[in-house]
Design a protein around this ligand. Structure first.
Ligand code: TRP
Length: 356
């Protein structure tokens, strides 16, 4: 441990909170969507940081599968440590171990209507995907309330998330307003999302499907080996009409170019493909014709492999020391219990149910 405690170092900083459902390993879509921002925020030193492993939220659509969630908790911790998040700078928090996170929703639920939950666009999509109507479990339809508790319990003002989480933040802000207005107080802090720039929103899968997702089997995982990565890049969907190298090709909807947009910089060209200055030059050559898929795929492979190599290395170090991983989670969770209990006390005082 460093001699100065994290809570002392964090005094006066803005609070950042974000979270993930533990339901599988993180993929490069998560990386560009939100994980990369977390590492940058950590390195800026400007934030008091909490990253929540939302196992209770994962249970809302996996009640029959708790062992899957349990296994994913360690996996996601390994992913965090692999990308370079540092337990001496970030509090890793296990949601189910923090009582305030399930007491607060009890109060917030009274300020949210059923109709409002059903209107939440993210929930709406998920209901459709899972074929739920009136048979939707109450825990599932109400998870935005629980997520509002996650965010407000930490008094977070900054929440870096993928674009799909914007409706959750909107709903959280409504709860904050309703609470502060109803109880005539300023107990809850208004949060704001930080979303990635356009080229990084919702990375498509390697098959070109709208979303990279485990259930579609079209992901590149942060833990993929060089060989797995090579296979996936080679199999990537490009332009079906670009048959001969001399044919003009299309860049829009071409997965290789979508990924290059998200991951490559001019710097990569200098090192791996010096005949081109930047992505614009590469794109125009592809559009003109005369540039083959093998060449652009080899370039993309190098860009991604360089990104993942240090992650694999850090991961293999931590895989050998699971007790240290659990210890990091325990320390962060203890800090979270302390922090969120302060908010809980404020909330109870504001409502006036602090008689005993
Ligand atoms: N809903 C988020 C997801 O599906 C996970 C999450 C839970 C979260 N609580 C949060 C994200 C609080 C941001 C803030 O990935």
């Amino acid at each position: 441990m460093s001699p100065v405690s994290k809570s002392k170092k964090d005094a006066g900083k803005k609070v950042m909170l974000t979270g993930d459902r533990p339901s599988g390993n993180l993929h490069i879509g998560h990386f560009v969507g939100s994980v990369r921002t977390r590492v940058e925020m950590q390195n800026s030193g400007e934030y008091e940081m909490y990253i929540l492993i939302a196992d209770l939220q994962a249970l809302t659509d996996n009640a029959q599968n708790p062992e899957k969630i349990r296994e994913s908790i360690i996996q996601i911790m390994l992913d965090y440590l692999a990308v370079g998040l540092d337990p001496n700078k970030v509090n890793f928090v296990l949601q189910s171990a923090v009582p305030a996170l399930f007491e607060l929703p009890m109060y917030y639920a009274n300020l949210v209507t059923q109709a409002r939950l059903e209107r939440n666009p993210t929930v709406k999509d998920e209901l459709k995907m899972r074929g739920f109507n009136r048979d939707v479990p109450v825990g599932f339809i109400s998870y935005p309330i629980s997520q509002a508790a996650d965010i407000t319990a930490f008094q977070a003002s900054v929440v870096p998330v993928g674009a799909d989480q914007i409706p959750m933040l909107e709903q959280t802000r409504e709860i904050v307003s309703a609470f502060n207005r109803t109880y005539n107080c300023d107990a809850l802090v208004m949060p704001k999302e930080i979303v990635p720039k356009d080229s990084c929103k919702r990375l498509v899968g390697i098959d070109g499907a709208a979303k990279m997702s485990k259930s579609l089997g079209n992901c590149i995982y942060l833990k993929d080996s060089s060989e797995e990565l090579k296979k996936k890049v080679t199999a990537m969907y490009t332009d079906p009409n670009h048959i001969h190298i001399s044919d003009p090709g299309t860049v829009e909807g071409n997965v290789v170019f979508i990924y290059l947009d998200a991951f490559c910089s001019d710097e990569h060209f200098k090192r791996f493909l010096p005949e081109y200055k930047n992505l614009d030059e590469l794109k125009s050559h592809y559009k003109r014709g005369g540039l083959g898929d093998v060449k652009i795929k080899t370039f993309l492979f190098k860009v991604l492999d360089e990104l993942l190599a240090p992650m694999r290395e850090r991961r293999s170090k931590y895989e050998k020391d699971v007790p240290a991983v659990l210890d990091a989670l325990k320390r962060g969770t203890d800090a979270a219990i302390k922090k969120t209990n302060e908010t809980l006390a404020k909330v109870r005082r504001a409502i006036g149910i602090n008689i005993l």
